[in-house]
Design a protein. Structure first.
Length: 199
């Protein structure tokens, strides 16, 4: 079994409102991410919320997603991942880490990352895509961490974030090149949000 952990606990300080509730094509960002994961066949889905948890739950209705709350979101991404890991199925063999402010990733991209992991179950799978700005391949999300590396996620310094896990000398990483530029796109500011096509 593969689990998805959707990180939505950030303070959204630069955006000025919860990014999970920003709308695109008539649906909240968080719903776009969750519906894409459903379509990709990920049955175990955990959404990690922070201080805006009550506001998000009032405006968004989960459809099978479990909710975990990070009581100290200021501790960063790794602390939110830990909150999500505590809520995933005990039978999970891998954890797909997704970001709530990436609503535009194609469902097929999720499927390709999953397919790659199924062939490389002992590897951390990280998608990467060509970035026109500097003509380089850049890593993005979602990434999949095998259950064998779960303990690492609880050992790393919080200030190092997920980077500490993906660059740990004990792990093997499989890079998957995809043609979806949305894996490296997120929305941190109102200006970023304005660039989103209405669709």
């Amino acid at each position: 079994m593969l689990s998805a952990i959707i990180l939505a606990a950030g303070e959204s300080s630069r955006m000025g409102r919860p990014k999970a509730l920003l709308e695109w094509r008539g649906k909240a960002f968080i719903e776009h991410v969750c519906s894409s994961l459903r379509a990709a066949g990920v049955a175990d889905r955990v959404v990690v919320l922070g201080r805006a948890s009550s506001e998000i739950i009032k405006a968004w209705t989960p459809a099978g997603e479990k909710i975990a709350v990070n009581p100290k979101p200021e501790n960063g991404q790794l602390s939110s991942l830990r909150a999500g890991l505590a809520a995933v199925s005990e039978f999970s063999e891998g954890f797909m880490v997704c970001l709530a402010d990436q609503p535009t990733i194609d469902v097929e991209t999720y499927k390709k990352v999953i397919a790659c992991w199924l062939l490389n179950r002992n590897s951390i799978v990280i998608p990467r895509t060509f970035r026109a700005a500097d003509s380089r391949l850049k890593r993005g999300h979602p990434i999949i961490i095998p259950a064998a590396h779960k303990a690492l996620c609880f050992e790393g310094p919080l200030d190092k974030g997920l980077h500490w896990v993906t660059h740990h000398p004990s792990v093997k990483v499989t890079d998957l090149e995809v043609k979806d530029p949305e894996i490296i796109r997120d929305f941190d500011t109102p200006e970023d949000y304005k660039t989103l096509e209405p669709g």
